[in-house]
Design a protein around this ligand. Structure first.
Ligand SMILES: [Zn+2]
Length: 397
């Protein structure tokens, strides 16, 4: 049977062992060791990585009671003694995060009676789900301060094997899921918890705990935080970002928010001014088209075609023309990629129904549109040229 050495010594980085068997499953080649210090995925803690002799261990999983150490390629010969070595930086990070999670959950339970219902140890950050519908900043700071005080007090983190009958002697945060060989992880007078993970010897090794943010999630609060060296990494990265922003914005850190707010206000004003100028330009464009009107059966016919323009601009041009020239009939056509669109408008000319005109033309471009007798718009496919479409429209008058 495989002896889980990490239960006895979470600090064992190098160990000697023999290989019991080498096998292949759907995840690849793996070895089962006589003894191992590799931690398999479980209890919310990710697996270790490392090497055995000269082979990298990429994954460690407990399957049917055996601990499978997955290797990229099989050993040619599995006889003899092998040396295993754990990637210590990864393992110690997991120990800091995992123990930090115990402490933050205990702090929320102790200070505010908020129970932790689930947790996740991610690559960058950790989350716990608290059984409460909302929290405020002072709640979060209170629990964070308590957890950090326990760190500073360098309390021991002890482990103890107990029987189910002995459990009643301990104020457990929640009942363990196993019933025999129960392993308790104890921070005296603070946290008593059934857990099979790896932990440092002292709370001081967790270093620090920092809550980053929280959000409502399925009726609970999902809280993001980091522990240990990840606190420094977060500070380094966020400070770097802030420093870069002070350079880009040419504003000191403490003025950053008002500076960005000023920029956004200014941008909105400029956009508004630009919209006004565009409107003015469109009226000039409309005036220009009115100067090029041709006579057709007593009406002023104004037509023009474009590529890559918004139909809304064409609507504005047409509206400006017909509201200033009662005898005008306007046809404007635009091609955007493989799409042909048109706008037709008229002033107060009796006997001309632009909706009827357009309805005869839309089928020719596999299109559709709508409007009223005096103003129509619509579009279809570019199965004819813009000029052909204009001609077709004029011929329907
Ligand atoms: Zn634990």
């Amino acid at each position: 049977m495989t002896v889980k050495q990490y239960y006895q010594d979470a600090y064992m980085k190098i160990f000697q062992t023999s290989i019991q068997e080498q096998q292949q499953d759907e995840s690849g080649w793996y070895v089962v060791l006589e003894e191992t210090a590799f931690y398999p995925t479980g209890g919310g803690q990710p697996h270790d990585t490392g090497i055995i002799k000269d082979k990298r261990i990429t994954n460690v999983e407990e399957v049917n009671g055996e601990i499978r150490h997955y290797i990229e390629e099989p050993f040619k010969d599995i006889s003899g003694v092998f040396e295993g070595q754990i990637d210590w930086e990864r393992r110690f990070d997991h120990m800091q995060q995992h123990a930090g999670q115990h402490m933050l959950s205990a702090a929320f339970a102790g200070a505010l009676q908020y129970e932790t219902i689930s947790f996740h140890l991610g690559k960058e950050i950790l989350t716990i789900d608290l059984e409460v519908s909302d929290i405020n900043e002072s709640d979060a700071l209170q629990a964070e301060a308590l957890a950090n005080r326990i760190i500073r007090e360098s309390r021991p983190i002890e482990t103890k094997w107990v029987t189910e009958a002995e459990l009643s002697h301990y104020p457990l945060r929640k009942q363990p899921s196993v019933t025999d060989e129960i392993r308790l992880v104890i921070i005296p007078d603070f946290d008593y918890n059934g857990c099979g993970g790896t932990h440092p010897r002292s709370t001081s090794e967790v270093g620090a705990i920092k809550i980053l943010d929280w959000e409502k999630h399925k009726g609970h609060i999902r809280l993001q935080f980091v522990c240990g060296d990840r606190v420094l990494n977060q500070l380094h990265r966020k400070h770097g970002l802030l420093k870069e922003l002070t350079g880009v914005l040419q504003a000191p850190e403490e003025n950053m928010v008002p500076t960005v707010e000023r920029m956004l206000t200014k941008q909105k004003e400029q956009e508004k001014a630009l919209d006004g100028l565009k409107e003015v330009l469109l009226t000039y464009e409309a005036e220009g088209l009115m100067g090029k009107a041709t006579l057709k059966e007593g009406h002023s016919l104004i037509k023009s075609s474009y590529t890559d323009r918004r139909i809304q601009e064409l609507q504005k041009i047409a509206q400006h023309i017909v509201s200033n020239k009662a005898e005008a009939i306007v046809f404007l056509v635009v091609q955007n990629d493989q799409k042909l669109q048109l706008v037709a408008a008229k002033g107060s000319i009796p006997g001309v129904n632009l909706r009827e005109v357009a309805q005869k033309v839309f089928p020719l471009i596999n299109g559709k549109g709508g409007g009223k007798e005096t103003f129509v718009q619509g579009g279809g496919e570019a199965v004819m040229s813009r000029e052909e479409l204009l001609e077709t429209l004029v011929n329907q008058l």
